[in-house]
Design a protein around this ligand. Sequence first.
Ligand code: AMP
Length: 250
Amino acid sequence: MRIVLLGAPGSGKGTQAKKLVEKYGIPQISTGDLLREAVAARTPLGMRAKEAMEAGQLVTDEIVLGIIRERLSAPDAGKGFILDGFPRNIPQAEALDQMLTGLGMPVQAAILIDVDFDVLMQRLTGRRTCASCGAVYNIFTHPPQLDERCDKCGGELRHRADDREETIANRLRGYTAQTAPLTEYFRRQEKLFTVDGVSDVEDVFDAIDSIVAAVEQEPAPVVEAKPKPEAKPEPKPAGRAPSAGMEPGE
Ligand code: AMP
């Protein structure tokens, strides 16, 4: 399974990606997480990314494409992946297409998790993440039992530096300007599916999962450009299977 999760910051991409990882055992590749790790480890790349991240701006395509290229070439990505937070703009999407088409494993579906901006603001200002196990809470909608401690592992809960109000406004503006056009990009490729991200986490997951099940049934892409003379022509890919009331391009 090779999917891209699309959606504004706070739309629940990370949460849904983790659930897909649990169910299908393929890696979640989050450029935000990879960049935060690089910043925490004070790598040269992390140092270059830090300022833009703290201002709620996008890191340069050059940095992000470098880390994504490296991550996609790791052995575990060969059996599939869930891209979370990447691509973020059209040049990144085009670069990704080139990378994956060259490897004979193009993206199968881009799933947009759709959430109103008011809901996003509340989710982001209240978001707290466990520094040890990565569990996500919200002080308004899903508070931990003990203040600032993770229910699962007792780890310290952190408020991400870029989840402060003025930074959030920047991130949402950036999303509208640069990331939203991506929906059009994937719609043209007939790979876009939309789910309502305001419902319960489990309902959102069921909707995503039925899309995944439908695209998984499609035939694998034919990698060879020309069939060998003795080979029979490959059967034509069947039409896209329907999925829980969700249509591509919806
Ligand atoms: P996220 O956790 O996906 O919200 O990402 C946090 C921050 O990392 C973003 O606000 C950007 O500064 C940076 N970032 C993550 N992914 C990308 C990307 N694909 N392109 C550029 N910057 C990114």
